[in-house]
Every structure is written in C-alpha cells, then in structure tokens.
Design a protein around this ligand. Structure first.
Ligand code: DMJ
Length: 478
C-alpha cells in the first residue's frame, strides 16, 4: 500500500531523508537481527497468517478505525480534551481544556496520510490552545502528551506556531524542577508557577528528558535539557545498592516512601528514557545509566514460571526479594524496550507471555498474577504497549508472527471496544463490560503502532527517530 503521508506531508519527506546519523549505532545483536530478517511469509501456525497483501488491508482498517474515532471526537467533543465514546459527551481533565486528543492525534493523522483530519487537528490547536491558564496540571502527563505531541508535530510540519506553543509550555512547566533535589514536583499552576506534590515516582521524575531535551535543541535554550537531565540522573542516583529504584520518592528529601521495584506503571518509562535519551541525544551518561540498570532488572525482576515462561514481577528494591508476581498491560512495553536495547532473546520470550496474557480473556487486563494466571485488575484502557512491542519485534526480526499477533490484537480490540462514536475502554476484560472513556493515547499510540506494524517499513524512518513514551516520534536534527 502506498502511504499518502510519504507523498504529501512535509514530515514524511523529512523523515525519509537519510537520518541514519540520528542514532548512535544500534547494539550489535539488534543490528545483526535486522540483517538476518526471517522469512516474512513464515508466521507460526497459532497466530493468523499475515502476508503483505493482508498487512496492507490491515493498515487500511487501522486508518478507518482512526477516522471513526476522530470523527466521533470532532462531532461530540471538538475543542475538549477527550470524547466519552458511549455517552457521546466531552471530557476535560481540568477546568479549561488543553486539547489532549488533537495534540496527541496530530502526528498520527499525518503519518497515516489523513490530511483533512490532520488539518482539522492543527487548526484547533493553533486557534484555541493557550497555556496562559490559571490551572494546576500534572507535569508528567502534560509533558509526554502535549509537549511531546507539539514537538513531533512541529518537526513534521515546520509550523512555527507549534514550536512557539511548546516553548511557552516548557517555560510554564519549568518551576517543577525547583526542588531541593532537582527531582520535579508532580504539579504546577500554568499561570502562577506554584508547585505542589512532593511524593512522586520514577516515571514522573525520569520521563522528561526526551521532550525537554528536544525543546532545548530546537530553541537553543540549554536550561530545558539541563533541568530534565538532572531529574533523570537524580532518579538514577537514588537507586538502591543492588541497582533498583522503588515506586515512590519524596522530591524534597530524596527518601523513598514506597520501595516496591518493578517495570510497572509509576516506574516503566524511567527505564525507557535511560536508553532512548542515549539514542536521541547520544548522551553517554544515559547509556551508562541504562547499562547499569538493565542488569539488576534482569537479575531481580525477571521471573520464570512453568516451562520457561519469562515474566517481570515485583521485588523489594533493597533486598531484591520477590514481593509479587503481577504484570499487566503497562508492563507489556518491555519486549519493545529489550529489543531496542539489543536483547532479542528476552524480548521474544516476553512477547510470548504478552500474547498469553492477552489470550486469557481475549483482551489484556490491567494487571494479572502470572503465577496463578488470574486477573488482579480487570480493566482495559485501550492501552498500546503490547502493540508497541509487536511493532519493535517485527521491525528487528522481520518475522510475520508479530504481524499475526497484531492482527489478533486488532480484531479483538475492534470486536470488544468499538462503539457508535469511537472506541471505549473496558471495565472488565472478563465480561467485556464497557467503560465510557477514550484516552488520548488511543490516537497517539494505539492506532499509530497498529498502523506502523502493518504498513510498509518505508512509512517511517525507524532509525531516524526516537519515540517518546506517548509514541511521538522525535527526530534528531542537531
Ligand atoms: C501513556 O500515556 C504512556 O505510554 C505512558 O508511558 C504510560 N501510559 C499510557 C499508555 O498506556
């Protein structure tokens, strides 16, 4: 299938330029795997067969689904943050909407070649979005969704208004870094700069450098990079003697208030950014921190059950003792990160566990006890991580098995979550009872990763970009 974005969008043209200088050389094993591409026709028998023609049909189905959700948003929630997909009502995070869905969606609409919808999103953003608001926002979510989305959309369109919005937002968020440790407070008032929230977590303190660093490079304001890097380094510096971080940390004292170590929500993207900040900026400190962190993760959190099934559970950050055998939809990003880091063996094995988790009820739960194979938290929030991992593995191995998994995931996803006006989260994956929620990461991530999994490799210059944790591709132009 010809991707219209390749012909039309300035972004796509830019992405297709030779950007191989963007990333430091990939780890040897992933480079080797890329070269030794498996037979693309040889999908395993237990997942649907997806040849190139079927992949093209799937990519088209993803575009249709994206259009369906976008039209629902435009008809019933235009100018607000999100659409409630059952009641067809808008939902806002704060007293003033910050256009979460349009900002999260814009680069996806461009990549999918949906030019009319992309124009609608961009017009909403430039005409209605203002950060001069007397509202207190969560730094982490606003950074990964809005700052990340504005920056990637700017790089794709060259529309200077998007960079100006990003710069204004970066300035208004920056007071969060003014803590005694340099670890950011969780919330800030966009107009007054007043901060709040001293109990944070590694994901919130350590998932900022891709966005603030890119903003620094594009504006020449180095302070953005330095503040966010200090937050990442301080998170790393507070690791335990055995090299793990916990779940909650006091940003004023630097004391851990919850010592649960895992790759789950609250921690997940901290590890992601250690590796990706090296990939995007070539920052050797990030590489060193990643290299020192992945060993402890594999030593203390990786777990094998039954006949060699690989999972990642929870452990005490000081002793390394196992504290629980839970894993869920958020943890499912880990195969993708392992693949990006060059560990294809663990990546492949963990993605098989992801598939097993999905198949337990025909769609994945928020949390599962993998030892007992019992659901612990039954919701499904339309999350993207399991598809993200399939995409990375397909990229690095060329194995059609990962497109087969993707087809199974997508077919189940549509069957259980599609509504008249969009796609709804599930309250319970066992009963498939729907929840009236459609988070903006459906646009930013879930549809984007589905599309990229099925589209030709030329749809995006994978080696020329680094995805932030909200799947906004950031391109090294410096
Ligand atoms: C997204 O906002 C980001 O991927 C974040 O890192 C984790 N949660 C959601 C998607 O599940």
């Amino acid at each position: 299938m010809m991707n219209r974005a390749l012909r039309n969008a300035p972004l796509a043209a830019a992405l297709l330029l030779a950007l191989s200088a963007c990333n430091p050389a990939p780890p040897a094993s992933s480079a080797a795997a890329t070269a030794a591409v498996a037979d693309p026709a040889a999908a395993s028998a237990d997942v649907p067969a997806v040849d190139d023609a079927e992949a093209a049909r799937m990519a088209e189905q993803v575009r249709e689904a994206t259009r369906h959700a976008w039209q629902g948003y435009m008809q019933y929630a235009k100018g607000h943050d999100d659409l409630k997909p059952i009641s067809a009502q808008p939902r806002d995070w704060y007293p003033v909407p910050l256009l979460m869905s349009p900002v999260d969606a814009l680069d996806t609409l461009l990549l999918l070649g949906m030019d009319k919808e992309a124009d609608e999103a961009r017009e909403l953003i430039v005409s209605r979005l203002s950060f001069d608001q007397d509202i207190e926002v969560q730094n982490f979510e606003v950074t990964i969704r809005l700052l990340g989305g504005l920056l990637s959309a700017y790089q794709m369109t060259d529309d200077a208004r998007l960079l100006a919005l990003a710069d204004d937002l970066g300035t208004r968020l920056s007071p969060v870094f003014d803590s005694p440790t340099g670890l950011p407070y969780t919330h800030v008032n966009l107009r007054t700069g007043k901060t709040r929230g001293k109990i944070s977590n590694p994901a919130e303190t350590g998932t900022l450098l891709l966005e603030f660093g890119t903003l620094a490079k594009l504006t020449g304001k180095q302070a953005y990079y330095d503040k966010a890097k200090r937050a990442l380094v301080e998170t790393f510096n507070h690791r335990s003697k055995i090299g793990l971080v916990g779940l909650n940390i006091d940003v004023e004292s630097g004391e851990w208030t919850n010592k649960d170590a895992s790759i789950a929500g609250g921690v997940d993207s901290y590890y992601e950014y250690l590796l990706k900040c090296w990939k995007l900026f070539g920052d050797e400190d990030c590489k060193r921190m990643w290299d020192e962190s992945i060993g402890p993760l594999n030593r203390y959190l990786a777990d094998e059950v039954r006949d060699g099934e690989l999972w990642y559970g929870h452990a005490d950050m000081d002793s390394g003792e196992r504290t629980s055998t839970t894993y869920g939809a958020l943890d499912a990003f880990m195969p993708g990160l392992l693949a990006l880091g060059g560990d294809l063996d663990r990546a492949k094995r963990l993605q098989e566990s992801n598939l097993k988790m999905w198949r337990l009820h025909g769609i994945e739960p928020e949390s599962l006890d993998y030892a007992a194979m019992e659901v612990r938290s039954p919701g499904y929030a339309l999350r993207p991580e399991i598809i993200e991992s399939a995409y990375y593995l397909h990229h690095y191995t060329g194995d059609a098995r990962y497109r087969g998994m993707g087809k199974e995931f997508f077919d189940d996803f549509v069957k259980h979550t599609r509504t008249e006006h969009g796609f709804s989260a599930l309250k319970d994956v066992r009963s498939k009872e729907k929840d009236d929620s459609m988070e903006s990461f459906l646009f930013a991530e879930t549809f984007k990763y589905y599309y990229l999994l099925f589209a030709p490799a030329t749809a995006l210059d994978f080696d020329g970009v680094v995805f932030n944790t909200e799947a906004h591709p950031l391109r090294r132009t410096w």
